[in-house]
Design a protein around this ligand. Structure first.
Ligand SMILES: Cc1ncc(COP(=O)(O)O)c(C=O)c1O
Length: 395
């Protein structure tokens, strides 16, 4: 994808195109550098050194020791590993004690929520803390949900639907004061917020490379040294015995290259995103009546690339199809629940009615968008809304 692509892509929270420099860095490891990092001969050792180099680069962005990074297939696996790994470590430590308890939130991605529900089916207990009307969790409520048997707190860094940034550092202080590890799903924060694990204070952190211009199918879990966790994937002893399976060297190389670029470019990218996102909002609010903004104020605790709106009387999914015909790619709710027409659990947790949820659209801008594209997308949206209103007789 390039800036002169006919598609106006405004769905960067769903995925991003691979940065061409990242693609170039990965390419040799599919061909000449194909070795298995566990092999002792030169081709294998070259792959091993690429893997070590990638781990070192990522550890500099996270401000952690390289050995604290476990490569995974993406954030779904990382989140599952964090929740199930810490819960089962607690269970195995005291099999006769009360079932270990997890505190999480109602606005997490399904990779966390469904992992928590699976643990409940295995006898663990979970508290789901709600959010305020802006999609922000109260750290006091999280601390208030802690019990003597709590083994983990899991709160996302930034929400994928409304871009709300959670007070994770404050939650980590509560976790630390109670001796409870804190996990954060930082998928949407990469490239926008600092990922320094000591700055945030987290013990576990999940990332997925395709959200920051890296390849799909690769991610990581940061695990602070000393965090009790039961690693579940047994095999050839890779990742220091923490995740068996031959490492996907090209994808891991790509993730490292993408992460250092995204992190170094954060300020610039945020300024560009904010300008385009605000331009889109100005057009929408100026030309469409009764529109409401979902999530924090644009200058509040919100990712700079996220705009989530409800357009009364409009069916989000129908509007998406109409926008698609006009060459604009956006989202109604989370892309990861495509095919599921249930109203968004995040918007519901924020107190929106079912109708307002179904009338919601999410636009997430990115690196390759231009001001001209934003204007064209706004034109297409205004036209869609007017046409749908005419058809329904509402406007
Ligand atoms: C906040 C959040 N967590 C986890 C995931 C899952 O990532 P993946 O599908 O790459 O495993 C996503 C994907 O949309 C996400 O937005």
């Amino acid at each position: 994808m390039s800036s002169d692509d006919p598609v106006i892509y405004l769905d960067h929270a769903a995925t991003t195109p691979v940065d061409p420099d990242v693609f170039r860095a990965m390419a040799p490891y599919f061909t000449a550098g194909f070795g298995n990092p566990s092999s002792i001969y030169q081709v294998g050792q070259a792959a091993r050194s690429a893997l070590d180099d990638a781990r070192a680069k990522i550890s500099r962005v996270l401000g952690c020791h390289p050995s604290e990074i476990v490569f995974t297939s993406g954030a779904t696996e990382s989140n599952n590993l964090a929740l199930k790994g810490v819960a089962w470590a607690a269970r195995l430590r005291s099999p006769d004690g009360p079932p270990p308890h997890i505190v999480t939130t109602a606005i997490e991605h399904h990779a966390v929520l469904h992992a928590a529900e699976a643990l409940e089916r295995q006898g663990f207990t979970v508290s789901y803390v709600g959010s305020d009307a802006q999609g922000v969790v109260d750290p006091g409520e999280v601390a208030g949900a802690i019990r003597p048997e709590t083994c983990l707190i899991a709160v996302m860094y930034a929400n994928n639907e409304v871009g709300s940034i959670q007070p994770v550092a404050e939650i980590c202080r509560a976790g630390r004061a109670n001796g409870i590890p804190v996990h954060t799903d930082a998928v949407q924060a990469a490239g926008a917020l600092s990922l320094n694990v000591d700055g945030i204070g987290v013990d576990l952190l999940a990332l997925s490379a395709h959200k920051f211009y890296g390849p799909k199918g690769v991610g990581l879990l940061y695990v602070r040294k000393g965090t009790p966790i039961w690693f579940q994937q047994h095999g050839g002893g890779q990742e220091s015995g923490r995740r068996g399976g031959t490492e996907n060297v090209p994808l891991i190389v790509g993730m490292a290259e993408a992460l250092i670029r995204a992190d170094a470019n954060r300020e610039h990218a945020n300024a560009l995103a904010r300008a385009m996102r605000d331009q889109l909002w100005a057009r929408i609010v100026g030309e469409i009546s009764q529109v409401t903004l979902n999530g924090p104020d644009l200058d509040g605790p919100r990712l700079p690339n996220n705009l989530n709106v409800s357009l009364p009387g409009l069916q989000g999914e129908t509007a998406l199809l109409s926008l698609d015909m006009a060459g604009v790619a956006a989202s109604a709710g989370s892309a990861c629940t495509t095919g599921n027409s249930e109203p968004s659990h995040v918007l519901r947790a924020m107190g929106l009615s079912e109708d307002a949820c179904r009338a919601s659209l999410r636009f997430t801008v990115g690196r390759l968008n231009t001001a001209e594209q934003i204007d064209d997308a706004a034109d297409a949206l205004v036209e869609t809304v007017n046409r749908m209103a005419l058809l329904s007789g509402a406007r």
